[in-house]
Write a protein that binds this ligand. Structure first.
Ligand SMILES: [Fe+2]
Length: 367
């Protein structure tokens, strides 16, 4: 990538082709102290109100800076490295972390250890990278007093409050409004598929676990759906096309949202899975199409529930698990409440929290 000048026009050359940079694009990026607030890095002017007829009167490249005089009297020195990071036109921090596929053979994923000054540490950066690679991460030895999970969540970003509260207590109880609050086996699912937006990340903090059952289970929705795409493209296709209704009802609220079970991005790549077979309602489609849909959903369900795709482990008191609720499905094995207490606390945060923290730490440690 190179910036080149030719008769007061500025070009960038990406090695394959050369393209002129719009003068207004550069004018929007002037960063002298009268144009950009040093602390917030926010503009002190509003380019949307400016006349678009901006031209370059003079341009020079000196010591890594592009010195430009614009026709409205503004002169600026622009950092070429900084400009070049914008040419790729996409997020260079989060998207550059490749997702690692995993199944039941997954071994040696690093657990992290809570310590003082954890949230501003290099360890936290490594933790977040690992989270984006695998879709989950476990942190040992996290304090459990006074709903510490809320402090933990708010130290990475902000708790995403829902109608279950700021955080929720996962204990069996009478008259539960969700099967999570029973002692039953929970098959792999994603949480809250009926919300818009669906909470991005679930934190689950083990406070007590005295029972012999109650193992946590995780399945990588990314690995499974990519496998389905390869093995049975027709099933994959229908599950990426048919939008189903997810709903939740209790005494004070009726939540509803529609989505495909496998949601793709604009480039037809994996974006999000939702799976919660007690809450999904497919619309009344033609019988043949529904035949295909039900076959495909059964296949996906069999894959999600297969031992081959699942990891199973027991959370110990003070373990805190962070899961990508758009990628990873979670569940648990049943347990006997007569054996002792099993008490987990949960809450949600959104991707802006983890992404914001990761970018901040990457810059802070110059990584
Ligand atoms: Fe859940």
């Amino acid at each position: 990538m190179k910036i080149e000048l030719n008769q007061n026009k500025i070009f960038y050359n990406n090695g394959k082709s050369t393209q002129e940079i719009h003068p207004f694009w550069l004018r929007e990026r002037v960063d002298g102290e009268e144009f950009l607030d040093k602390g917030t890095q926010q503009r002190l002017f509003d380019p949307s109100t400016m006349n678009g007829e901006i031209l370059i009167k003079k341009a020079e490249i000196k010591n890594g800076f592009l010195e430009v005089n614009f026709n409205d009297g503004v002169n600026s020195k622009l950092d070429i490295n900084k400009l070049e990071t914008e040419f790729s036109n996409k997020d260079t921090v989060i998207k550059s972390i490749p997702k690692k596929k995993w199944d039941s053979t997954l071994k040696n994923v690093k657990n992290f250890e809570y310590k003082e000054d954890f949230y501003e540490s290099k360890e936290m950066y490594d933790l977040l990278v690992s989270f984006y690679e695998y879709g989950f991460v476990i942190i040992k030895n996290v304090p459990t007093k006074n709903n510490y999970i809320v402090k933990f969540a708010n130290s990475i970003g902000s708790v995403r409050r829902t109608n279950f509260g700021e955080h929720f207590n996962v204990k069996s109880k009478s008259n539960p409004n969700d099967l999570a609050y029973t002692t039953l086996h929970l098959s792999p699912h994603t949480d809250n598929p009926y919300r818009n937006p669906v909470p991005c990340i679930q934190l689950l903090h083990c406070i007590e676990n005295e029972v012999s059952g109650g193992y946590s289970t995780l399945v990588d929705g990314y690995t499974v759906t990519e496998k389905l795409k390869k093995e049975d493209p027709a099933s994959y296709k229908i599950l990426t096309e048919v939008k189903v209704r997810f709903k939740f009802t209790d005494k004070t609220v009726m939540l509803e949202d529609w989505s495909e079970l496998i949601h793709l991005d604009d480039d037809k790549n994996f974006k999000q899975v939702r799976f919660s077979p007690r809450l999904d309602y497919v619309p009344m489609l033609e019988k043949d199409k529904l035949d295909q849909y039900y076959k495909a959903r059964k296949k996906l369900s069999d894959m999600y529930n297969s031992e081959k795709n699942r990891i199973e482990f027991k959370l110990a008191p003070k373990d805190l698990m962070m899961m990508d609720n758009h990628r990873v499905l979670h569940g648990r094995t049943k347990f006997d409440p007569d054996e002792g207490n099993r008490f987990l606390q949960g809450c949600y945060i959104d991707f802006d929290s983890t992404e914001g923290k990761l970018r901040h730490l990457k810059k802070k440690f110059n990584l």
